[in-house]
Design a protein around this ligand. Structure first.
Ligand SMILES: [Zn+2]
Length: 318
């Protein structure tokens, strides 16, 4: 595959860009979440997530001394304050013994297992981390901050993809290449909203078949409701995290007209022009609120079954 230094470092930078966006959203909006994890601020990677053609080069480039290493440390995070650094190889994170986690070559199994095990630790108890830095053992204690529980995953490739499955937000690298960081944050905030509002669970409770995806029959109203709810919550997530909520409008004005087909244009999703009108109305509302974080009523309603009422949420473009 001919991976070289520049490629590895470009992927590292892109991973860290997404991780930083996810971090800002997840920590600032922790009061809106009922599923929390300890926010420590580490972006991790593993040698076995590389394919066999590039694994040796990746091993040499990053110098993995254990099966999981720090790909990057988020600026201003507890991990940075505790003194952890990129390319530290992890031995133990709290009670999580890194070597004991399962991993298969050419998969992200070990990465995901590590992220889930760390996410299951207490959200605000100190975490002792043992690592190896340039062959030397290092031990630090991180004081985490509560963060909404979601993994953020960058999908490498040249197509536009964004999805949320309840525990993960995935977005393709193409967005990072073509859109501004604030616009990417808007797309991430929309997907993140699905997880915060438990949409996957609530759709399943309505008997929605994800195998059929979204476009058919009685399911359409539930998908539309969740899409509009995710749009509405996304502007609060952005504002709470210090982004301009208008980034969501910038995103749709750019993405909407240019991308035919794909997940954003299925029948379950309202027309992008109506989404923009709906976002504009909600932003006008939230700009009258000075409290931070802002907690919209959608949060209290997430324990209720989906009603399928999307019409009352949508504001049509005049
Ligand atoms: Zn969506």
């Amino acid at each position: 595959m001919g991976q070289n230094r520049e490629t590895f470092e470009a992927v590292r930078e892109a991973d860290l860009t997404l991780a930083t966006i996810g971090w800002r959203l997840a920590v600032s909006n922790a009061p809106l979440c009922d599923r929390l994890e300890p926010g420590i601020g580490l972006q991790l990677h593993t040698p076995d997530q590389f394919d066999s053609a590039s694994r040796t080069a990746a091993q040499a480039h990053f110098g993995f001394a254990t099966p999981v290493a720090v790909e990057g440390v988020i600026a201003g995070s507890p991990a940075e304050r505790a003194g952890l650094r990129r390319d530290d190889s992890l031995v133990r994170v709290g009670s999580v013994d890194i070597a004991a986690l399962p991993g298969k070559p050419a998969t992200t199994q070990r990465l995901v297992a590590t992220q889930l095990a760390i996410a299951a630790l207490a959200p605000d108890a100190p975490v002792e981390v043992e690592a190896i830095r340039a062959g030397v053992p290092v031990k630090v204690t991180i004081q985490p901050v509560p963060a909404c529980r979601t993994r953020f995953e960058l999908l490498l490739g040249s197509s536009y993809n964004a999805s949320a499955d309840g525990t993960m937000v995935q977005i393709s690298s193409q967005f990072l290449e073509e859109y501004t960081p604030d616009q990417v944050a808007a797309a991430v905030a929309h997907e993140f909203s699905h997880n915060i509002l438990h949409h996957r669970d609530r759709l399943e409770a309505r008997g929605v078949d994800f195998g059929m995806l979204s476009g058919f029959g009685a399911n359409v109203k539930y998908f539309r409701q969740t899409e509009l709810q995710a749009d509405l919550l996304s502007v609060y997530l952005l504002a709470n995290a210090g982004y301009s909520p208008h980034a969501s409008i910038d995103f749709w004005k750019r993405f909407g007209p240019s991308k035919a087909g794909g997940i954003f244009r299925s029948r379950s999703h309202p027309h992008w022009r109506d989404r923009v009108a709906t976002l504009e109305a909600e932003i006008a509302k939230l700009e009258t609120i000075s409290a931070r974080p802002m907690i919209p009523s959608l949060i209290a309603e997430r324990s209720q079954p989906l009603s399928g009422d999307w019409q009352s949420l949508l504001i049509r473009k005049k």
